[in-house]
Structures are given as structure tokens and as C-alpha cells.
Design a protein around this ligand. Structure first.
Ligand code: NAD
Length: 335
């Protein structure tokens, strides 16, 4: 099948081309993100393959559909960047990669927790400068600490498993509790209880209208002073301006982010020779107790292999008219 692959980096191309020797789709790579400005590039492609920051709003989907595209193949798990209901209305099929490596994201989450707690980045820069002072590097032990996990699906469950090994007390909130987590000793509680009892809160729920800005001035107010907040899920779960206020007051003691609500025009690009125009991100970068990575939690070799393989298999299933387990079912979502 003719596939227009958007937001292509050299690693996407490498892994997709390698896997494609077994599938033989005609892949055409575009470096740019798919937006309203360049949807025209997809003319003549039955399938469009996109990633987290491509913007498939109603206008883009309508243009794709009018130009003959039938399939949207996401190379990621989250689909908050696709207007799913519009896609359903237009008869577009949307497939995704629901599980490429929950371990990758869970491990990165714990890396952020550890690096923030023990001030690893600060210590590293100091030691390189010949400064061996311990001032400002004081950490705490995770053992015995209470961690609140919001969303215990594939990733949240793996975070729980790792933190269990550290001897943490694990609290969770999820509308669909997970029996595996329960047997690990995770205690499901209300959001209120999770906010008030946790020393660290880590977000692993999807971005949906109900979770958009769930971390707000109001919810931060219910948390312990000095809380460590980690977000490796989707940027807009957090109201970043509210978080900055709480960092300034000391209510939030540590912030670890792999995602940012306005990341689309910045993340995945080398902007080191430019002035960052986003004042909110620029302010975040000034705090000594904030650690930000640029949406790299998924970025492991095995995850890229799984993304490539599953994406191409999804496209083949569609081409052959076979049922695809990874299709997003709009009807179920509308119920
Ligand atoms: P998943 O679907 O397996 O799990 C999501 C869990 O969240 C489910 O158990 C669901 O019941 C729960 N949930 C739904 N609504 C909730 C709410 N209001 N409050 C609390 N929990 C709620 O998804 P996953 O594979 O674990 O991925 C989680 C998120 O991680 C994805 O939505 C995606 O946005 C993000 N992600 C980030 C990266 C990265 O590189 N940073 C990579 C992959 C996924």
C-alpha cells in the first residue's frame, strides 16, 4: 500500500525500512509534521502514518478523506491528536500501536524520579567543574515512601512493579483497577486520598477531556507540600502555569516531565541555536528542581522495532480486509 509517513526522523526510517522487507509497502517519508498547512502532501496515498505531534483535526481529516486516504496508522499508543469522532464520521480507519514497550516508559519514569531525588544532573555538572560540594544535593529514600500512580494500565502497572522493588507504599487511582496491581499490593484509593497521602505522584492515564489539566491549582492544593510530580504521559494533563506557581511557592518540590502541553513545535527538533519563544517552557527550565526530557521515554531499540513491525502489520491487515485488533473503535468510544 502507498503510505505517506509524516514526522520522520532517521531512526523511524531505519526501523520502518528494515521491517518493511517482510511487508513490502511503498513508504514515502516526509520530515514535516502533518498539519493543515501540508495535508496536501498526502494526495494519492491510501494510508497516512503519523506520530504523537501530527495534528489530525477535523479539517486535516476531511482533506485527507477527500484526497483518497482511507487509513490513519498511528506509530504510537495515545490518539489524543486525532479527532476520532470526525474520522469515524468520514469512514476513515484509525489503527495504533497500543503496546510497544510499556517497560521503556516505566523505566524512564523511574529514571526521572531517581535523577530528581538524588540531583544527579546537578551533581554531574558540578563534578565536571571540579566542585565536589554536597550543598543542595540532599535526597530522600524511596524505601517506605508513598507513591501515587494515576492510571494503572500497561505503563502504570510496570511503574508499580519497579517501585515495589524499592519498597515503596503504592497507592493508585484508576476507574478500571487492575488485578495484577492489586496482587502486587497496590491500594486503589480516591484521587483525593492519593493527592493527600503521596510523596510522589506519577501520571499514566490518557489525555481525554476528563483528564485535561487534571493537575491544576485546585488539585495541587490537595497535595503534600514538597510533592514530586512526574508526567511521562501527555503534556496537557498538567496546567503548566499552575505548576510554575506551585514551584515558586515550594508547594511542588520536584517536577519531572517527558511531555509538555505545547511541545508540538519544539520537541524532537534541535533548537539549540535558536531563542526559545515559549516563555512558559523557558521559565520551567530555570528551576533547579525541574528535570525535563523531550518525549524520549518510549525511545528504546525494542520499542522502535515493535512500533515499526506493528504499524506495518496494521497496514497489511487493513489492505487485506482483515480484522485488526489495533483498530480504534469509534462506536465503543462514543458510548
Ligand atoms: P493504557 O491504556 O494501557 O492505560 C491507561 C490507564 O489509564 C487505563 O488503566 C485506564 O483505565 C486509566 N484511566 C483512564 N481514565 C483515567 C482517569 N480519568 N484517571 C486515572 N486513570 C485513568 O495506556 P498506557 O500504555 O499505560 O499509556 C498511558 C499513556 O502514556 C498513554 O495515554 C500515552 O499518552 C502515554 N505514553 C507516553 C509515552 C512517552 O514516550 N512519553 C509513550 C507511550 C505512551
Amino acid at each position: 500500500m502507498n503510505v505517506a509517513v509524516f514526522s520522520t526522523k532517521h531512526f523511524d526510517k531505519e526501523f520502518l525500512e528494515k521491517s518493511n522487507s517482510s511487508y513490502r509497502h511503498k513508504l514515502v517519508f516526509f520530515e514535516s509534521r502533518l498539519t493543515e498547512k501540508n495535508a496536501v502532501l498526502a494526495i494519492g496515498f491510501k494510508a497516512v502514518c503519523v506520530f504523537v505531534n501530527d495534528r489530525l483535526n477535523s479539517k486535516v481529516l476531511t482533506e485527507l478523506s477527500e484526497n483518497g486516504t482511507n487509513l490513519i496508522a498511528l506509530r504510537c499508543a495515545g490518539f489524543n491528536n486525532v479527532d476520532i469522532f470526525k474520522a469515524g464520521e468520514l469512514g476513515l480507519t484509525v489503527v495504533r500501536v497500543p503496546e510497544y514497550s510499556p517497560h521503556a516508559v516505566a523505566e524512564h519514569t523511574v529514571a526521572l524520579i531517581m535523577a530528581l531525588n538524588r540531583r544527579v544532573c546537578r551533581a554531574h555538572s558540578r563534578v565536571r567543574e571540579g566542585n565536589f560540594s554536597l550543598e543542595g544535593l540532599l535526597g530522600f529514600e524511596l524505601h517506605g515512601g508513598t507513591i501515587g500512580i494515576i492510571g494503572t494500565g500497561r505503563i502504570g502497572k510496570n511503574v508499580a512493579k519497579i517501585l515495589k522493588g524499592f519498597g515503596c507504599v503504592l497507592l493508585a487511582f484508576d476507574p478500571s483497577p487492575n488485578s495484577e496491581c492489586r496482587s502486587l499490593g497496590v491500594k486503589y484509593v480516591s484521587l483525593d486520598e492519593l493527592y493527600s497521602k503521596s510523596n510522589i505522584i506519577t501520571l499514566h492515564c490518557p489525555l481525554m477531556p476528563q483528564t485535561d489539566h487534571m493537575i491544576s491549582t485546585e488539585s495541587i492544593g490537595r497535595m503534600k507540600t514538597g510533592i514530586m510530580l512526574i508526567n511521562t504521559s501527555r503534556g496537557a494533563l498538567i496546567d503548566t502555569k499552575a505548576v510554575i506557581k506551585a514551584l515558586k511557592s515550594g508547594k511542588i518540590g520536584y517536577l519531572g516531565l517527558d511531555v509538555y502541553e505545547e511541545e508540538a513545535d519544539m520537541f524532537f527538533e534541535d533548537l539549540s541555536n535558536q531563542i526559545i519563544q515559549d516563555d512558559v517552557l523557558a521559565r520551567l527550565l530555570t528551576f533547579p528542581n525541574v528535570l525535563i526530557t523531550g518525549h524520549q521515554a518510549f525511545f528504546t531499540r525494542s520499542a522502535l522495532e515493535n512500533i515499526a513491525k506493528t504499524t506495518l502489520a496494521n497496514i497489511t491487515d487493513f489492505e487485506r480486509g482483515l480484522p485488526c485488533n489495533n483498530q480504534i473503535n469509534v462506536e465503543i468510544m462514543m458510548r
